[in-house]
Write a protein that binds this ligand. Sequence first.
Ligand SMILES: CC(C)(COP(=O)(O)OP(=O)(O)OC[C@H]1O[C@@H](n2cnc3c(N)ncnc32)[C@H](O)[C@@H]1OP(=O)(O)O)[C@@H](O)C(=O)NCCC(=O)NCCS
Length: 145
Amino acid sequence: MGNPFTVSLVSWHDGGPLLRAIRETVFIREQGVPEELEWDEHDESCRHALALSLSGEAVGCGRILPNGHIGRIAVIQPWRKQKVGTAIMEALLDEARARKYRFVDVDAQVHAVPFYQRFGFSAEGEQFMDAGLPHIKMTLELKPR
Ligand SMILES: CC(C)(COP(=O)(O)OP(=O)(O)OC[C@H]1O[C@@H](n2cnc3c(N)ncnc32)[C@H](O)[C@@H]1OP(=O)(O)O)[C@@H](O)C(=O)NCCC(=O)NCCS
């Protein structure tokens, strides 16, 4: 079993500094995404998932836009493969269902396709480059619970 953590949904206003720290570590420093592409106008209007260790360390994040687009899913390296990413996705998918969205989509980095497939997402169309990394669009139809 992995280390314990919690996931909560937060606004950018409340979670911004911790969410920023995770995305700086994972996307900007580890994956080389340019800063100007990492920060966009959507954060303010998104609902964000924030994973915290029991000691309060920010270990993972993700976001959902008002149009059902999920993105910026990131877990810091020492916390990977412990289901933090899964818990973040489940929190965002619960939010989408609560909002009665019929579909959600992600622009998946190609290496992460198997991760999204586990939730039922399927790939659509051709691969494309974004922020220097290969991506593919994936969609999921939500069934009401
Ligand atoms: C992708 C990412 C969020 C997964 O987070 P995580 O907390 O390690 O994921 P989980 O532990 O919940 O993984 C659940 C399952 O997904 C699959 N999986 C996770 N990461 C994967 C990866 N990079 N490639 C392929 N499969 C992966 C595994 O099958 C895993 O099952 P297992 O535990 O039985 O092996 C994390 O690797 C990450 O932050 N990567 C860098 C940022 C990134 O690429 N984000 C995605 C942008 S589209």
